[in-house]
Design a protein around this ligand. Structure first.
Ligand code: NDP
Length: 431
């Protein structure tokens, strides 16, 4: 009976992440990568690609677990959740769900960020009351705490998703337990009588604000260790802070993303939001604590130029599509050549969107390179500071394939025509 159900599921579902059993590997490999980044680059040593990859680069004397870190982590998560509930926020509704309903959301991520980051900045840098460098000292135990917490949360989400009457995600309801545990069965799990949306909260609040605080902690530690904060540390903090503030300021925009509207809430998002983002995206800042780099004027100009180029492509392409989708007669986009589709909408085939089918991803990736460059310019052979742009390339390639699959389903033969006109996926003339 179960076998028959799985056979049907296999035929009906498009399994991502290496098939129905692939996530079994991912739930082990991804936390292992987080640990490997600390093992491979810390205050004692940092893995180098050349002259050769040395096993002796791995320092195994790191403390991985502490009760302090676990308690602070729990206080952090529940403290933020408490503030989210009690502080005022903008009320809005999400997209129309498959059950014909819309969920109400309370948005106050930016407000919480200002409060928490502002307090940390003030008490950390202008008083003796807060030792932000503790975040560096306890980085590995904090990572362990976040992995324990996000894994426990995923188990809770999986078990509770079997209650009757819940709206399930079609992606995470295949009958393959490991796959469903990874993808998430329930679409929008909620607590407090439906007032607290767990997925939206985890997507933006503890992970993104935590990422900003960890970076700040790295800057503080560099100051404590070396007596000053290097310009490369300032750049890494500033670039990433801008990205985080943008996401929190535009909190409403997350309600229309695939994560909220389509994917369930399972290990993929819980671990990704709470452990992966804050503890791997901070690799460059963490590296700089122990290997401070002072960029020359030329280095600074180079990093800023790469960032500006990435932003120019990213913003140009995204804005062009947004304008076109909102009003195709807008004079700024009315001149673009388009392909009319049977679905009723048109696809742009000139301008930014004529160069590659996801030219916006290319711009985003270039910006990611600029995030890593301040840490990596002086030590090009070190791998860890470049982790973000290596990982981000893989993520965008995978995401492009996901979107390609969705578009082929949406547009059918028209998508093939479009692909013939715009041949490159992400990088013009290369890929
Ligand atoms: P896109 O913004 O590229 O949107 C894809 C959709 O755009 C398609 O499904 C299609 O939808 C429409 N579209 C595709 N081609 C055309 C065309 N030629 N003309 C008009 N419409 C077209 O993808 P995402 O939503 O994945 O990404 C949004 C941004 O977020 C990107 O800049 C990306 O880099 C960034 N991002 C960042 C991540 C991070 O971790 N930092 C992760 C993922 C994304 P339809 O036709 O139905 O309108």
């Amino acid at each position: 009976m179960v076998d028959k159900a799985r056979k049907i599921a296999k035929e009906e579902h498009h399994f991502e992440f290496f098939g129905p059993y692939g996530p079994a590997l991912l739930v082990i490999v991804l936390p292992a990568v987080c640990y490997a980044l600390i093992l491979g680059c810390n205050k004692n040593s940092c893995l180098q690609l050349w002259p050769m990859l040395k096993l002796s680069s791995f320092d195994v004397s790191i403390k991985w677990y502490s009760w302090d870190a676990l308690l602070i982590y729990l206080a952090w998560f529940f403290g933020l959740a408490f503030l989210h509930v009690v502080l005022p926020g903008q009320r809005t509704e999400g997209v129309l769900l498959p059950n014909g309903k819309r969920l109400a959301y309370k948005l106050n991520a930016f407000r919480l960020f200002v409060l928490v980051y502002g307090a940390a900045f003030y008490f950390g840098f202008f008083t003796e009351y807060l030792n932000l460098g503790w975040l560096y000292d306890q980085f590995a135990p904090l990572l362990t705490a976040s992995i324990i917490f996000s894994s426990s949360l995923s188990v809770y989400l999986y078990v509770s998703s079997f209650q009757k009457g819940l709206l399930l995600s079609s992606h995470g309801n295949t009958g393959y337990p490991v796959y469903d545990f990874w993808m998430g069965r329930e679409l929008n799990p909620r607590l407090l009588g439906g007032r607290f949306d767990l997925k939206e909260f985890c997507e933006l609040y503890p992970g993104l604000i935590g990422w900003a605080l960890l970076n700040l902690g790295m800057a503080h530690k560099q100051l404590a260790n070396h007596g000053s904060i290097s310009n490369s540390m300032v750049l890494v903090n500033a670039f990433q802070l801008y990205y985080i503030i943008d996401a929190l300021w535009c909190e409403r925009a997350i309600l229309t993303t695939m994560d909220i509207t389509t994917d369930g809430f399972g290990f993929m998002l819980a671990f990704g939001d709470l452990a992966w983002v804050p503890f791997t995206f901070t690799s460059a800042a963490r590296y700089l604590v122990d290997h401070p780099q002072h960029l020359s004027v030329l280095g600074l100009v180079l990093v800023l130029a790469v960032k500006a180029l990435g932003y120019y492509i990213f913003r140009g392409a995204n804005s062009q599509k947004d304008m076109f989708r909102s009003n195709p007669n807008d004079p700024r986009v009315a001149h673009l050549r388009t392909l009319k589709t049977e679905r009723g909408t048109s696809l742009i085939v000139s301008g930014w969107w004529g160069t590659a089918r996801h030219i916006n991803y290319f711009g985003d990736w270039i910006m990611g390179v600029a995030w890593c460059m301040p840490a990596g310019l002086a030590g090009l052979s070190a791998v860890v500071p470049y982790f973000y742009c290596i990982y981000f390339a893989a993520l965008l390639i995978h995401r492009e394939r996901r979107d390609e699959h969705a578009c082929r389903q949406k547009y059918g033969k028209d998508w093939d025509k479009y692909c013939a006109l715009v041949r490159y996926r992400i990088v013009p003339y290369v890929y």
